[in-house]
Design a protein around this ligand. Structure first.
Ligand SMILES: [Zn+2]
Length: 430
């Protein structure tokens, strides 16, 4: 920051003081008020938020964010994947920016903080940097990623995956929601509603990425800890299993002749559970969807299709557990045939120690309690990790409840996370 950076201790102290000043200028009430304001877009009667990606509610939230950005004189832009950017320019604009942010879309019965917090903490950080009169060396980009939740358009983390080159733009544009509306159409509606914004290229270089997020789990609250230094994101494999039997009359068909897909599926699920479930409760094995056909009371089920969501923090364990799924299905399907399809396979990842140390030091310097924590949920930082040094800051949420209308966090914790964020961003941008 400043013009040049002479390597003197006096200057380093000056820089530290400026960074500390920015942290003090985080305004807890303003940050809280902005959460409440954005929560009006898609507000549900039970106090939650239903703000689907590229919907009218999402557009309204983006317009409000742009208005706040304009008040801070931030440079605004978008990319072809529908990601929205607000830049605080650095004094060496040719260097790759430091990026922060998260998402504005929600689950259908979501809360006020998931995703929104990362965007608003980033905005609050920029406002504090402006108020402290700091011009960092690198620019700082705030991003609102398109469709993180994957609720209206599947899969999730769409905007960040295209930005990072993990998926192609073409592959997402044709995805349709349950009403047949495509991502392409949704993006056109957003574009028409927002002011004309310059188009920044996908896959442009980023120096580092830091995402603030509510924990979405109970650990920080249980440990009375304000700041979670996220060590990594646990890996996840998803599968679809289809068991094919044969329809038969529930009264006249002999058991020996039946190919009952449901009975076979029960055997399969039991065998999979016995294989996956561990005493320490580290493996997460979930059959969340189970469809029986024809699903009629007096017909022997002909087909069962079910989903498997398998997670484990150790990639090697995840790989070996997941590799056993197909053979176990085949061994336990009895007289039915079985087809197992793997839908996704994301390894566990570990964020670089350097960024984790920065976050931890910044929390400790402000006397905030902090601890290492693994993210059990996926985030846009997963894709950013592949293209630049990345990290995440977690704050507690009440009862660990998230993806729920009752999702809640405190004004104090929101501000503490933003204070750690602004320091970390300024250090990375220096
Ligand atoms: Zn989220």
């Amino acid at each position: 920051m400043g013009q040049a950076r002479p390597p003197s201790a006096a200057w380093a102290n000056h820089e530290d003081r400026m960074i500390l000043q920015a942290a003090h200028l985080i305004d807890a009430q303003r940050l809280w008020a902005r959460h409440m304001q954005l929560a009006k877009f898609g507000a549900t009667p039970a106090g939650g938020v239903d703000r689907q990606a590229l919907s009218a509610q999402d557009i309204a939230a983006q317009q409000t964010l742009l208005r706040w950005g304009a008040e801070l004189d931030l440079v605004t832009a978008r990319d072809e994947a529908g990601n929205l950017f607000l830049r605080l320019p650095g004094h060496e604009p040719d260097t790759a920016p430091v990026m922060t942010g998260s998402h504005l879309d929600s689950q259908p019965t979501g809360g006020k903080f998931d995703g929104v917090y990362g965007v608003l903490a980033g905005l609050e950080a920029m406002q504090a940097i402006r108020a402290a009169g700091i011009v960092p060396r690198r620019s700082i980009d705030l991003v609102a990623w398109m469709n993180e939740e994957g609720s209206r358009f599947a899969p999730g983390m769409m905007g960040s995956s295209v930005f990072c080159g993990a998926s192609t733009l073409e592959s997402i544009l044709s995805v349709r929601d349950c009403h047949g509306i495509s991502v392409r159409q949704g993006l056109e509606e957003v574009r028409a509603a927002l002011p004309e914004l310059p188009l920044w290229p996908l896959q442009r270089p980023v120096h580092a990425y830091v995402e603030a997020h509510i924990e979405q789990g109970p650990i920080l609250e249980r440990e009375s800890c304000s700041i979670g230094v996220v060590t990594g994101i646990q890996g996840k494999r998803t599968f679809s299993v289809v068991l094919q039997g044969a329809e038969a009359h529930a009264g006249t068909s002999r058991r020996a002749d039946r190919k009952d897909a449901l009975m076979a599926a029960l055997q399969v699920v039991q065998a999979l559970a016995a294989h996956c479930i561990d005493e320490q409760d580290i493996v997460k094995f979930t059959v969340g969807r189970f469809q029986v056909r024809p699903n009629a009371p007096s017909v022997v089920p002909a087909q069962v299709e079910f989903s498997i969501d398998l997670r484990h923090p150790d990639s090697l364990v995840l790989q070996s557990l997941g590799d056993q799924i197909e053979p176990l299905c085949v061994q336990n399907a009895g007289r039915c045939s079985v087809v197992v399809r793997e839908l996704s396979n994301a390894k566990s990842l570990e964020f670089p120690q350097a960024i984790r140390s920065l976050i931890a030091q910044n929390a400790q310097a402000q006397a905030f309690t902090c601890m290492d924590i693994l993210s059990s949920a996926g985030h846009d930082a997963r894709y950013m990790h592949a293209v630049c040094d990345s990290g995440m800051i977690f704050i507690p949420c009440a009862g660990g409840i998230s993806h729920h209308e009752a999702e809640s966090a405190t004004e104090v914790d929101l501000a503490r996370g933003a204070r750690v964020l602004v320091e970390t961003l300024l250090q990375l941008a220096a």
